[in-house]
Each structure stands twice: as C-alpha cells, then as structure tokens.
Design a protein around this ligand. Structure first.
Ligand SMILES: Cc1cc2nc3c(=O)[nH]c(=O)nc-3n(C[C@H](O)[C@H](O)[C@H](O)COP(=O)(O)O)c2cc1C
Length: 263
C-alpha cells in the first residue's frame, strides 16, 4: 500500500459516522447504541458498585431461548481478577464480567438437552452473547466504556481449556467472553471500517456482497491496523489469528463434544 493510498484510507476511516436521521438526533438511546465503540484505554477512576449492579441487572434481564437463561457471570474487581489469574484486567480496565454459557441449571430442571451438544453449546452461546450485549449497552448508557474480549488476555472461548481448568468449570459450562469496564481515556474513538447497509442486507433471495466491496473493506482494515500498530504487520497479526483459531478449534471440540459423557 503506497503512502498516499494509506493516508486516504485512514482519512476515510476517521470520517465515518453513524447514519442518524435528524428526526432521531435528540434520542439518547440512538446515540448510546450507535456511538458505542470498543474501548482499549481506561482512566484510573473506578466504577461504583451500584453502577456495576445495574450493569449486571441488564445481563440478568436479557432475552433468552424459552427464558432458559443459559448463562453465568464471573464478576471481578481489579483485585479479584489478579488473585484469580495472576495479572491485571486487560487494557487497564477496572472491572470485568466473564460471561459463560451455562446449561447446568436447565439440565437439572428438564431433560431437553439429552444428546445435542452442539445445540446446547449454540443455545448457551447465543443467550450469553445477548446478556453480554445488554450489559455493554447499559454501561454505555452510564458513560462507562467496555470492550468484549475472547482472545486478549485468555478471557474467552479462544482459551476454553485454560479457563475450564483455572476456574474449575464443571461440564456444561462454556467460557464465551469477558466484558471489561472502565471510564474511557478518550471519548472520540474512530469507528473501525464497517460495511454499508446495502452490502449486508438483502430483500427476497440472498444476495452476495460484491467482491470489490469486500476487498475495499479489507484494505481499510489493513490501513486501520497499520495506523494503530505502526511497528507490527497486519500479515503477522492474521497469522497469529489463523494459528490461534486452529488451536482454539481443537480445544473447543474437546470441551463441547468431549464433555458429552461426563454430563
Ligand atoms: C465476541 C467478541 C470478542 C472480542 N474479542 C476481542 C479481543 O479479544 N480483543 C480485542 O481487543 N477486541 C475484541 N473484541 C472487540 C472487537 O474487536 C470490536 O468489537 C470490533 O473491532 C468492532 O469495533 P467496535 O466494537 O468499536 O464497533 C471482541 C468483540 C466480540 C464481539
């Protein structure tokens, strides 16, 4: 990528804005949802316990398949995270909620998950993801920044085997992600490259996204990566992901399918 092209792309990323019709310009929830960005640098200021309780309440009341609530939340302060994992919460965040798929309660109540490990896993992951998103939106509404983590700092499904062992998770409990919380160091974070609405929607029969659009997006991703990580290459980051995904795939197979007999 030439220097001019790089500068053009970075400018394109920086000028992206959510599409908000003027009719909704005053609506706070619209702004809360559309202006949320993943935050990776936090202030020293801690979060109030009352705010954390409200965030957890948003998780508790999230929608779930047949109201099964197939989730558990590991709730950490800086101190309890350090005591458990021997390091700080990633990105200097102040609080962390590890979100896990959990089918143990529903298994005690009924036998609807007798031999369907992939369905059980999928259902618990879907529901737990919705709970995580509800907590994220609640935090954003309170002015608290978040980032969901599944890779960084061994915090989610990429590190299923490690978390199962470290937290002594019984069969039927699957690490998904950790949402970390803190006051953002900056309020004006650029939006990473997003596809346009017409690239990701269809009406009637499924419509493939044009290849040129996909290539243009990927090229913006590369430029964005270079702009924020001038000393590391996008290529090596992709290789890291490829290797890590392959390892995580094998670990997850063990966790999801290998646990079948133990439940
Ligand atoms: C399930 C999930 C896992 C994620 N894991 C990580 C992670 O391990 N490290 C990280 O820095 N960001 C992680 N993210 C944040 C994404 O990188 C981020 O959402 C994406 O780049 C879009 O940016 P935005 O949230 O500002 O729209 C994760 C997001 C999700 C939904």
């Amino acid at each position: 990528m030439g220097l001019c092209s790089f500068i053009r792309k970075v400018r394109q990323i920086r000028t992206q804005q959510p599409n908000i019709p003027t009719t909704f310009g005053e609506n706070q929830l619209v702004h809360t949802i559309l202006r949320r960005r993943s935050v990776r640098k936090f202030l020293e200021h801690d979060i109030e316990d009352e705010e954390m309780a409200l965030i957890l309440e948003a998780g508790r009341l999230a929608p779930s398949t047949v109201n099964m609530q197939t989730w558990s939340f590991g709730v950490f302060t800086e101190r309890t995270w350090r005591e458990t994992f021997g390091r700080s919460i990633p990105y200097g965040a102040k609080r962390a909620v590890m979100v896990l798929g959990d089918i143990t309660r529903i298994k005690e109540a009924t036998d609807i998950f007798p031999d369907v490990p992939l369905i059980a896993y999928t259902v618990s992951m879907i529901n737990a993801s919705l709970a995580a998103m509800n907590m994220t939106v609640m935090a954003e509404g309170l002015g608290i920044g978040t980032v969901m983590l599944s890779d960084t700092g061994k915090t989610g499904f990429f590190s299923a085997a490690y978390l199962k062992k470290t937290l002594q998770l019984p069969p039927g409990i699957y690490p998904l992600m950790t949402v970390v919380f803190g006051y953002p160091a900056s309020r004006n974070l650029p939006m990473p490259p997003k596809f346009n609405i017409e690239d990701i929607t269809f009406c009637g029969l499924y419509k493939k996204t044009e290849r040129a659009k996909i290539r243009a997006w990927f090229s913006l991703m590369e430029a964005g990566y270079k702009a924020s990580n001038p000393f590391s290459s996008f290529k090596s980051k992709l290789k890291y992901y490829r290797d890590n995904l392959n390892r995580a795939e094998r670990e997850l197979e063990d966790v999801v399918l290998g646990e079948r007999e133990k439940m």
